[in-house]
Design a protein around this ligand. Structure first.
Ligand code: ADP
Length: 387
């Protein structure tokens, strides 16, 4: 039997809301947490034990984080993987393994890896010139999706090319003078977007959570509905593929796999995130063990908790209101909290701006239709403006 060492030190790269929610779970079990984040008052700052204020690509800071930690993890994938691989080779424990970052942080490498492993994705090609885009526009037919291979999030880095005239503009905007590698994808006329959160353990097992259905507005996640309204067959495919993906990456910790569901019920992988994900926030109140708790358990080699759904759950993202920028002010929280089984999470970002992710709420209750009505009512009461 192992002794349970609560003074173990965890290092987290990134002190945003995901880092903060990881710390809440780590603290529940008594661990010591250091974060590395350039923003002095970032969301995780108020609850971490130590904060290294430095840029994510600051090599000395990453080394110092490693010195302060028994185990390192991260809340986003756009990190200097080379330094992390160096640290890993020197014997530092880093989960998920930084070798997966090299592949996942480049959408083209990521899709290639999936293709090599017979995992279905939208058809895609690398783009080196405007001519390449024209060739694919002819092959696939318009629209097509041009994507920056690196650095994109919330659809920033994507351009849906709808007419021939868009091609030059899309290339110029996304490639930024050819500094950023590009790829092009067949446009998928999907019936739904879903995601599966999975947790890989140190002994190679992958536990999957229920399939979540995601609605985006302006490419930003607006709503997650669990369970997703899909057939048993689609569900089985999504769960099996997610397990396989975690195995391919020897994943330890939480992975999120986002899929398109086609009109005939097939699933195509859109994107993988090697970390807790916004579409998995429903697990905090909705499941026996949250994605954050299982992530902490996994990276420390502890047994994973059940991923079962307790009740149908809706998650709604709370974004900064249009027209307001500056010190954040939340309106209507007291009214929202009067609603049955509603939980509100405020990330603690000092400044709001239009569409910035400031918090989220969940409603977990039987039946799903009831959770939908209540969560919408609570959501409509909250507004994030500036002081
Ligand atoms: P990000 O990495 O910025 O989140 P994604 O590549 O996941 O960007 O794309 C954001 C959204 O754009 C997706 O959720 C989906 O709605 C849409 N999208 C992306 N790729 C395609 C595609 N090949 N066909 C149709 N829609 C797409």
């Amino acid at each position: 039997m192992n002794n349970f060492v609560t003074k173990k030190k965890i290092g987290i790269i990134g002190g945003g809301q995901l880092g903060k929610m990881m710390i809440l779970e780590a603290k529940k079990m008594g661990y010591y947490v250091t974060i590395l984040d350039p923003t002095p008052n970032c969301p995780a700052h108020s609850i971490c034990d130590k904060h290294i204020v430095a840029n994510f690509d600051d090599k000395d800071a990453l080394y110092s984080l490693a010195q302060n930690s028994d185990c390192i993890t991260y809340e986003f994938e756009h990190i200097d993987y080379k330094t992390l691989m160096e640290l890993s080779e020197k014997g530092n424990k880093i989960y998920p393994d930084p070798s997966c970052l090299k592949i996942i942080q480049n959408k083209y490498y990521q899709k290639n890896m999936l293709k090599e492993n017979n995992i279905p994705t939208p058809d895609f090609y690398k783009v080196d010139s405007i001519e390449d885009i024209k060739i694919r526009a002819k092959e696939f037919g318009l629209p097509i999706v041009l994507k920056a291979c690196t650095g994109g999030y919330d659809g920033k880095g994507n351009f849906v090319i709808r007419t021939e005239d868009d091609i030059d503009k899309a290339f110029d905007i996304l490639s930024q003078n050819k500094n950023i590698p590009l790829m092009v994808e067949r446009f998928v006329d999907f019936s739904m977007e879903i995601s599966v959160i999975a947790c890989g353990s140190l002994d190679g097992e992958a536990n999957v959570y229920p399939v979540a259905q995601n609605l985006h507005i302006d490419n930003i996640l607006h709503k997650t509905i669990v369970p997703a309204n899909i057939s048993e067959n689609t569900k089985t495919k999504a769960l099996e593929l997610t397990k396989k993906i975690v195995e391919i990456f020897n994943g330890v910790g939480i992975f999120c796999v986002e899929f398109f569901v086609t009109k005939d019920g097939d699933v195509l992988v859109n994107e993988i995130a090697p970390r807790p994900h916004n579409s998995g926030h429903y697990t905090i109140e909705g499941c026996v063990t949250s994605q954050f708790e299982n992530h902490i358990r996994a990276i420390l080699g502890l047994p994973l908790g059940s991923t079962n759904l307790i009740s149908p759950t809706i998650m709604l993202n709370i974004l900064g209101e249009e027209g307001y920028s500056g010190d954040a002010l939340f309106l209507g929280l007291d009214e929202a909290l009067k609603e049955e089984n509603v939980f509100v999470h405020i990330y603690g970002k000092e400044k709001t701006s239009p569409k910035r992710k400031m918090g989220h709420l969940t409603c977990s209750i039987e039946p799903l239709e009831k959770a939908d009505i209540i969560s919408k009512r609570a959501f409509e009461k909250i507004k994030v403006i500036s002081k």
